[in-house]
Design a protein around this ligand. Structure first.
Ligand code: PMP
Ligand code: GLN
Length: 394
């Protein structure tokens, strides 16, 4: 078959750099090499049984047609109640909460809705891989502010963040707890970012999917809870990470009605609505599964410490992580100065898959050797991976 010229041109030029995702790439490599997959962040155990049963029951009882455009109302009510109780932020479930197909859709639709061509979105770098293509789809520019690896930890540089703001800046896109570094921004840092947002009259778009996966006595604080921020913040989160259900792709965005309406205007033509029978199940989980979430957090904390100790014993420099599913490790002390080459070698020769930071940032000067390992796996799986990694130091 000959390919017509129009088909040969294919993907639009501005999206060409984003033709495949690092997570898919590394999961396929893990499968091909039969590696233990500590790359893509998904748990290997299920969420709360009551939630799973509620979804099955919803399907059996006929909740199988389109949900309302803004999502199933009892889910929006459960989210409003959860955020009011936990954070003191008050949202009207009728007008200020929108259910989306994962947090990814909330973030992408917010960017498409709010960013004019040529405008800039400032985000912490490295960043989740959907941000840059979403900004490119909006014909905007993503301006990364690096979390700087320094003396074995990641440092937020407020001065650099402030300098990244220009008259073209439209959004501050804030992910805390942060993927991939595991950084949790402090209250002081959030306060400074809020001050900058107010000073430059910017909207803050947050990615809080790891809001519950936070350790060492820290607590998540949405920037929307800071004085004066509710009216300029869109807060995105979802059920995937909180309830071990990444495949459910059920997320949400909360914020002032005018901004939520803007996101809805895009979302209704992207997917219209998300999967109906999952929504009552997530609502039930938000209402009743606090104890389950506490258990998840405790087991992830054990896993983090188990993996951190094992990686350090194997000869990696391990960065501390106070949130998320992820630990960052530097294999340079083991004689591997390039994270991409190392990840391919590791899967092929050792049977463990990880994610190179190069898939999440172009700043090779800062992150060239770094790799991310996920610890959202059963302890015996982590032990087997660590047994394989132990040979690196031998
Ligand atoms: N943001 C971050 C920081 C993530 O790590 C992920 C991965 N789950 C997402 C967004 C996507 O969330 P969802 O699957 O709910 O779209
Ligand atoms: N959030 C997950 C991660 O960072 C994966 C999401 C995806 O595969 N798109 O690993």
């Amino acid at each position: 078959m000959t390919t017509p010229t129009a088909a040969r041109r294919g993907l639009a030029e501005r999206l060409a750099p984003f033709s495949s995702t690092i997570f898919t790439e590394m999961t396929e490599l893990a499968k091909r090499t039969q590696s233990i997959n500590l790359g893509q962040g998904f748990p290997d155990t299920d969420g709360p049984p009551a939630m799973l049963e509620a979804a099955q029951k919803a399907i059996a009882e006929g909740v199988n047609q389109y949900s309302p455009g803004r999502g199933y109302l009892p889910l929006r009510q459960a989210i409003a109640n959860d955020r009011a109780t936990r954070y003191g932020t008050v949202y009207d479930p009728e007008t200020e909460i929108l259910i989306t197909v994962g947090a990814t859709e909330a973030l992408t639709c917010a960017i498409l809705a709010l960013v004019e061509p040529g405008e800039e979105v400032v985000a912490l770098e490295p960043c989740y891989d959907s941000y840059a293509p979403a900004v490119a789809m909006a014909h905007g520019t993503l301006v990364g502010v690096p979390l700087v690896p320094k003396d074995g930890k990641f440092v937020f540089d407020l001065g650099r963040f402030a300098e990244a703001i220009t008259p073209r800046t439209r959004l501050l896109l804030l992910n805390t707890p942060h993927n991939p570094t595991g950084t949790v921004l402090t209250n002081d840092e959030l306060g400074e970012i809020a001050r900058l947002a107010a000073e430059h009259d910017l909207i803050v778009l947050t990615d809080e999917v790891y809001e519950h996966l936070i350790f060492d006595g820290l607590k998540h604080r949405p920037i929307a809870a800071l004085p004066g921020m509710a009216e300029r913040t869109l807060s995105c989160s979802g059920a995937g990470k909180t309830f071990n259900a990444t495949g459910w792709k059920t997320g949400w965005v909360c914020g002032p009605a005018s901004l939520v309406n803007a996101v809805l205007a895009v979302k209704q033509y992207v997917t219209f609505v998300g999967a109906a029978p999952l929504q009552p199940a997530v609502a039930l989980a938000l209402r009743t599964q606090d104890g389950w979430i506490r258990g998840l957090r405790a087991s992830l904390l054990d896993n983090r410490d188990r993996l951190a100790t094992g990686l350090a014993d194997a000869g990696f420099l391990v960065y501390p992580a106070t949130g998320t599913y992820f630990l960052t490790a530097d294999p340079a002390p083991l004689g591997h100065p390039d994270g991409v080459e190392f990840c391919h070698w590791l899967a092929n020769e050792v049977g463990v898959a990880a994610i190179p930071y190069a898939g999440l940032s172009d700043r090779h000067d800062l992150y060239g050797s770094l790799v991310r390992f996920a610890f959202c796996k059963r302890p015996e799986v982590l032990d087997e991976a660590l047994a394989r990694l132990a040979q690196l130091n031998g």
